[in-house]
Design a protein around this ligand. Sequence first.
Ligand code: ZN
Ligand code: ZN
Length: 403
Amino acid sequence: MKKFLFIVGDGMADRTSEIRSFTPLEWANTPNMDYIAAEGINGLLNAIAPGIAPGSAEAHLSMLGYDYTKIKNGRGFFEALGAGLIPMIGDIVFRCNFATINKEYDIIDARAGRIRERVRVLADLIKRELNEIDGVELLFQESLDFRGSLILRGKNCSSEVICPKIMQEGEKAIIKPVKDSKSAIRTTKILNEFIETSYELLRDHSINVTRKTQNKFPANVVIPWKGGYVSDLRAPPNNWNLKGACVGAVSLIKGLCKFINMTVVDVPEATGYIDTNVYAKASAALNLLEDHDLVLLHIEGPDEAGHDGDFEGKVEIIEKIDCMVGLLLDQIAWEELYIILVSDHATPVDYKDHTADPTPISIYGTKIKKDKVKAFNEKAASKGGLSRIRGERIMPLLFDLTK
Ligand code: ZN
Ligand code: ZN
């Protein structure tokens, strides 16, 4: 029985720059990933298409064989599902960040210093005090660290609002309507009131007073962003008929996998950051492989380090992933298990956001004919036997290569 293990280092691919002639993957010590590349077939992947910098959701949907263009619900929907909310058709769903703003509502830190401790206390306050505005029900749910979700449920709401691009410098925590429609203006008012009230509630909270004395950014506001209208609660079909499961930390990936009917397990030691416990995730993946055909093992850390512009951090998490790959290689007991080692997109440390650079992909397993590539990195992969492929071709390729 064939089994497939996708190991996705989110945003793991990178690019060289004027100050650095090597990428984190080239610099990191990765004997186990290099083994997979050397024993497998390699190529360069554009999860969507050349020239398109994908979001993680559409990249993963494509790699798992789904037509992402058919799923209109938006990123907030997946976040909400992963966070444990139950969106309904007609809801407007946003992803949210606890963030740091100043009195002028300038965003100072979009992740509130990556707050992790006692977020629950702040979130409970938001849930208690901000559950309805102007007759619209508000459902807020915190997820991992600074992340959360917000559902607007009520009549005359619209997703046609412009949220701040919170990772960009100079943005204000203010929502604007896309057009002059009544519902867009009303939704904008509700969201801005949500932001303002969250600021009033959190600004002088004792947790934030303490954070400031520790020179940490206070989580003094909740900013909704990346909103979408929920129009479909059922995933489009795929052709593979595989029983899938997912091991991941971040709500986006967990929610997306729930949506496409994969089993989703929680690994408490998974943090979605450089300090994640990759061994706990690997052992969860091995357990799931016992009774699933396809397991997605998602590691968020490289993307976070990329967004932070943290080269050393990215190297550190890549080397951790490598150790995890080593552990998996040691423990694999199935004759026909295929490993797909890949990154969903590049998040270059010098650019601090996703780019359209192609990412290395290696496919390893019994029936795979190896090529001449000896290492897992961007440059080596360009000489691989798969050449350059798109995410949507991965599943057909897997079934063909393993015939
Ligand atoms: Zn990603
Ligand atoms: Zn990212």
